[in-house]
Design a protein around this ligand. Structure first.
Ligand code: MLT
Length: 311
């Protein structure tokens, strides 16, 4: 029997390739509540379960970890590789959900939707308090031009925004085809009205938005983050918002989740959500189905497509 432990809440419907297969047993239980960890061959997680070396040590039979999502920063991939454990993710499953949430945050922030909603719920009728800004004609800087960045660019073009990106591998032809302009990252910092982040959490991307980069940004710039909290030095951002240099910020992701301190997310010109960009019915079904199929492929000796550590 090939035993699969599903440690986070993963869409059941998407797990059907595993649930319907003979010779595979699926147990849905958090890692911390399982006594017989040593009997599992596969582990499926979202982002809540921290798959540390210690967890892997308790699972000597573990051969594959499936991440129902993109970011693998909750998994010690290095330790997994050392132990010969395959780590697979679902890189395409939540692209659309995240790109759409980026726009949900951007529009809600520039049109003060949340404040206006709160005001009318308080039985106030205050039309003059909520003057916003249009996206039309504004320059959007997209930092990180992978799957999500590209979908964000498509939607930005529909809003008739000017789109800048600093991707190194993007050719001039592709940039033209996508209606985006390639430039240096510094140019994005200096010229964009709105900057949106779509990079993974790595040592290189840590605090990409910091005191120095904030200082060169246009006064009134708006920053959107649906990627990873570590990309922003939150103290520096808070200061820049306080002095009115940054005009507003919207983030779905936070340096600590949940935040250790809610001061930043409670600021007037900040809009925050609790890491829900990928939380649509469609995306959760897709990511579950992708990793379930990968684990099934692995269990039946077939090739896995989305290994992040074994190619
Ligand atoms: C991802 O990395 O896939 C997203 O941040 C959503 C999630 O953590 O599940």
């Amino acid at each position: 029997m090939f035993r699969v432990l599903v440690s986070d809440k993963i869409a059941k419907e998407g797990l059907s390739p595993l649930l319907e297969s003979e010779g595979i047993e699926v147990v849905e239980k958090n890692v911390s509540e399982v006594d017989d960890l040593d009997s599992y061959d596969a582990l499926l997680v979202r982002s809540a379960t921290q798959v540390t070396d210690e967890v892997m040590r308790k699972m000597p039979k573990l051969k594959i970890i499936g991440r129902a999502g993109v970011g693998v920063d909750n998994i010690d991939v290095h330790a997994a590789t050392e132990r010969g454990i395959n780590v697979v993710n679902a890189p395409s499953g939540n692209t659309i959900a995240t790109a759409e949430h980026t726009f949900a945050l951007m529009l809600a922030l520039v049109r003060k939707v949340c404040q206006a909603n709160q005001s009318i719920r308080n039985e106030e009728w205050n039309r003059s308090a909520f003057q916003g800004m249009e996206l039309y004609g504004k320059t959007l800087g997209i930092i990180g031009f992978g799957r999500i960045g590209k979908e964000v660019a498509k939607r930005a073009r529909a809003f008739q925004m000017r789109v800048l990106t600093c991707d190194l591998v993007l050719t001039d032809e592709e940039a033209e085809l996508r209606g985006v302009t390639r430039c240096e990252r510094t140019e994005i910092f200096r010229t964009a009205d709105i900057i949106t982040l779509h990079l993974p959490a790595t040592p290189e991307t840590k605090h990409l938005i910091n005191e120095d980069t904030l200082r060169i940004m246009k006064p009134g710039v708006i920053i959107i983050n649906t990627a990873r909290g570590s990309l922003i030095d939150e103290a520096a951002l808070k200061h820049s918002l306080e002095i009115g240099h940054v005009g507003g910020a919207a983030m779905d992701v936070h340096s600590h989740e949940p935040p250790e301190n809610y001061d930043l997310v409670k600021m007037e010109n900040v809009l925050a959500t609790p890491h829900i960009a990928a939380s649509t019915k469609e995306a959760q079904l897709k990511v579950a189905a992708i990793v379930a199929q990968e684990v099934l492929n692995f269990a039946t000796g077939k090739r896995v497509e989305n290994s992040v550590n074994f190619r």
